[in-house]
Design a protein around this ligand. Structure first.
Ligand code: SF4
Length: 339
């Protein structure tokens, strides 16, 4: 039997408003499901809406952003709560943020306080959410730092962020995110600023912690190599649309959307010398959300664009069980030539 979803995003849009310009729709009618013990990778180029989607789940959006439609249903155990309708400063939201859902940010140096030791920063979260006294919280902090592989955790708890290497800072950030044993961990490009060896260690660590805690994970990245390492499911975003999603093996084996195919073709692969080929870049750049085409968001860069693409937005089409894509080719006779 399929596991019960922990978080279900239904038909969610996010709009940014400005006093001088028309509203900008940064995320359009997104549907995502997160399940305990599984990792969903949210993939796409910078500015496609991945981080905004993740921040919406924690209600950490900028003041000029709103969620005009859709739901973010979080299963509290006592029934679903629609996070999209909670006030970001409400008690209910503060009880969820940090304790039930927590986040690892891309650059720990800008997320950790430079004037407090990492131990004090982790202690504070534990005292706030778990109501332990300072001494008990410090013991738990040391145990967490130890668990995420910080050597000499008792001493390192007294270090300031600037005294740690990039890898150790990221481990401290992970310990902080795990301080209250969250049910959902959002990791926003947690390995982008790290060298490949440390990146591999952090990915191993996240997988191990997921096994230990059974948490669901939303992993944001633009790196398909990282997706192959860590994800069970993938959702590919382009200009605020989820253009393809499904089981990671299925999507990697048979990508159906031209943007997913283009992303895959632009990744280097290990090949024998005789098989070596040039990489195929994706031509052009992502349009500004202010100049979004009426139809398919990928029209201006798509080598297969045809008749309806520029004017009609493609519907989400089921390709196989759990695998969907938004492309007119899937519902048009030209699809036969393309498949
Ligand atoms: Fe390309 Fe048209 Fe499919 Fe968009 S709908 S990805 S433009 S073929």
């Amino acid at each position: 039997m399929a596991a019960k979803p922990l978080l279900t995003i239904n038909d969610m849009s996010i709009v940014f408003s400005s006093p001088d310009e028309a509203d900008i729709e940064a995320v359009r009618q997104v549907d995502l499901t997160l399940t305990p013990g599984k990792t969903l990778a949210l993939v796409g180029e910078s500015g496609c809406g991945k981080s905004v989607t993740a921040r919406a789940v924690l209600r950490l959006l900028d003041r000029n952003a709103k969620i005009p439609s859709g739901k973010i249903l979080y299963d509290t155990g006592a029934g679903p709560v629609d996070i999209a309708r909670l006030n970001s400063d409400s008690l209910a939201m503060r009880a969820i943020r940090g304790a039930e859902i927590s986040m690892i940010f891309q650059e720990p140096m800008s997320s950790l306080s430079p004037v407090h030791t990492i131990g004090d920063q982790i202690d504070e979260i534990i005292v706030l959410h778990d109501r332990l006294n300072k001494k008990q919280a410090r013991e738990r902090t040391i145990s967490l730092l130890d668990q995420v592989g910080v050597p000499g955790a008792r001493d390192r708890a007294n270090a300031y962020p600037f005294e740690l290497s990039g890898g150790l800072r990221q481990r401290a950030m992970i310990a902080m995110a795990l301080a209250c044993t969250p049910k959902l961990l959002i990791a926003d490009e947690p390995t982008t600023a790290l060298d490949v060896t440390t990146q591999a260690q952090i990915l191993d660590l996240l997988r191990q912690l997921q096994d230990d805690f059974g948490m669901a994970m939303l992993f944001i990245t633009h790196d398909l190599g990282v997706v192959a390492e860590i994800a069970d499911e993938i959702a590919v975003m382009y200009l605020g649309d989820v253009v393809e999603q499904g089981d990671v093996y299925e999507v990697f084996r048979a990508p159906k959307h031209p943007y997913t195919q283009a992303l895959m073709n632009s990744v280097p692969r290990l090949m024998r010398k005789a098989e070596r080929q040039r990489l195929t870049p994706i031509k052009g750049t992502v349009p500004s959300p202010k100049d979004r085409p009426n139809g398919c968001a990928f029209t201006s860069r798509c080598p297969h664009a045809f008749g309806p693409c520029a004017e009609i937005r493609p519907q989400r089409t089921m390709v196989s069980t759990g695998h969907t894509a938004r492309c007119h080719l899937l519902t048009h006779e030209k699809a036969e030539a393309f498949a």
